[in-house]
Design a protein around this ligand. Structure first.
Ligand SMILES: Nc1nc2c(ncn2[C@@H]2O[C@H](COP(=O)(O)OP(=O)(O)OP(=O)(O)O)[C@@H](O)[C@H]2O)c(=O)[nH]1
Ligand SMILES: [Mg+2]
Length: 383
């Protein structure tokens, strides 16, 4: 049976859009450092007991937490990106992802009063090349991985779409090329299918990556990257056009956020010789720091939890209704059968109430203490 408490997060984006680097930013923000709220609450992530890869070896979960952290350390940005040496020369750039990986984490909230709440999440990293593969060259492995991506998308409560900010800027005046280069042509098709058959409320975060790059002109960076974000929305045209309908009729949420996995002033962007594409390297002795990747995660999780809380409330009301319905129908002859049914329902209601308490405890902190993180997030699709 699928674990319903597990929050599945899909990250989709073309090869080179920054998925693996974003995981590096998540590692940096939540696993290594922890994100702090304004009154001292901390949201951090640890290896999850739900991780099938590590659970077998360690039922206690203590070693598990460590192994997952070690496993994740391979996402450190200095390892996944070319770095400039002291002599000014740029090292070899890391290759893209070659193998799909599912990362299970527990997202933990520690409140100043000592209260704790936790939510297991699953993130998946895959080779973005799959998005642009030609159907006549597709292999069995490709098909398997494509299926896994699609399955993952359909079970996700959060979908993060990554669009390369440098490419958006480079092709700002050519919509056709912009869609092609950022992979939006394929992303539109994929998400159109998800929107059609969506079975739940989804939070869709459009993340504009690499906004630290000096190849993005100032007029696109102004006002917290307003024009760059507008370009991103126009590029995933189908999603943008349907966003209002999906918001109103299916409870979806849409937002766009500019983000960087390494921080402003920390990169060098150079043209790939003989091509029209750019690559980035980390500047010598840069203080690498993600910006807004924490905001993407916090905003999306808060929103997904708000949706879950609504659902749990509905289920609790239904449970209560069934209990009082049964009570009314109880008589001398059916009393024992009805009583055992009521007991069962009461147990169910208790479990739901525990879940409700966990969600609302987490949400109250996310609403009260972390509101500052939501400022760079722009909503769309509301009217
Ligand atoms: N300047 C800058 N460059 C970035 C950032 N994120 C990614 N990059 C650059 O983009 C390259 C590709 O990023 P990845 O995270 O490996 O891209 P990916 O989406 O995982 O690509 P695949 O694994 O091939 O699907 C990196 O090696 C960096 O050069 C960022 O925030 N800022
Ligand atoms: Mg990758």
């Amino acid at each position: 049976m699928r674990d319903t408490s597990l929050l599945t997060i899909s990250m989709i984006g073309k090869s080179g859009s920054g998925k693996t680097m974003m995981l590096g930013g998540i590692f940096d923000a939540f696993v290594e450092n922890g994100v702090e709220g304004k009154n001292g609450a901390v949201i951090s992530a640890t290896g999850s007991l739900k991780d099938p890869l590590f659970r077998e070896n360690d039922e206690s979960g203590i070693m598990n937490g460590l192994t997952v952290a070690q496993h994740l350390a391979k996402y450190k940005r200095e390892r996944t990106m070319a770095v400039q040496g002291r002599d000014g020369k740029i090292g070899k750039a890391a290759a893209g992802t070659v193998e799909m990986a599912h990362i299970h984490l527990d997202l933990n909230v520690d409140k100043p009063n000592g209260e704790q709440a936790s939510l297991p999440i699953k993130l998946t990293d895959y080779r973005g090349g799959l998005l642009s593969i030609d159907s006549d060259r597709i292999t069995e492995t490709d098909i398997g991985e494509c299926r896994a991506i699609t399955d993952n998308l359909f079970e996700s409560e959060i979908i993060i779409v990554l669009l390369d900010g440098i490419m958006l800027a480079q092709y700002r005046d050519n919509a056709f090329m912009r869609k092609k280069k950022t992979g939006a042509d394929r992303i539109n098709v994929l998400l159109n299918a998800v929107m059609k058959d969506s079975r739940r409320a989804v939070t869709l975060m459009l993340v504009v990556t690499k906004v630290d790059s000096d190849k993005i002109p100032d007029d696109l960076k102004r006002d917290n990257y307003k024009e760059l974000c507008n370009l991103a929305c126009e590029t995933v045209e189908c999603v943008y056009k349907k966003s209002r309908i999906m918001t109103q009729s299916r409870d979806w949420t849409f937002a766009v956020v500019p983000a960087t996995a390494i921080g402003e002033g920390n990169s060098i962007t150079q043209c790939v010789p003989g091509s029209d594409e750019y690559y980035c390297a980390i500047r010598n002795s840069a203080d690498v720091k993600q910006n807004n990747i924490d905001a993407v995660m916090l905003y999306a999780v808060r929103n997904a939890l708000t949706q879950r809380l609504r659902l749990v409330d509905k289920e609790i009301t239904q449970c209560e209704r069934s209990i009082s319905d049964k009570c009314r129908k109880m008589n001398l002859f059916n009393a024992s059968a009805v009583r055992s049914f009521i007991n069962e329902l009461s147990g169910e209601k208790e479990d739901l109430s525990d879940l409700r308490n966990e969600y609302s405890s987490m949400l109250s902190a996310m609403n009260e203490e972390f509101s500052g993180y939501y400022e760079p997030v722009r909503r769309f699709g509301m009217n």
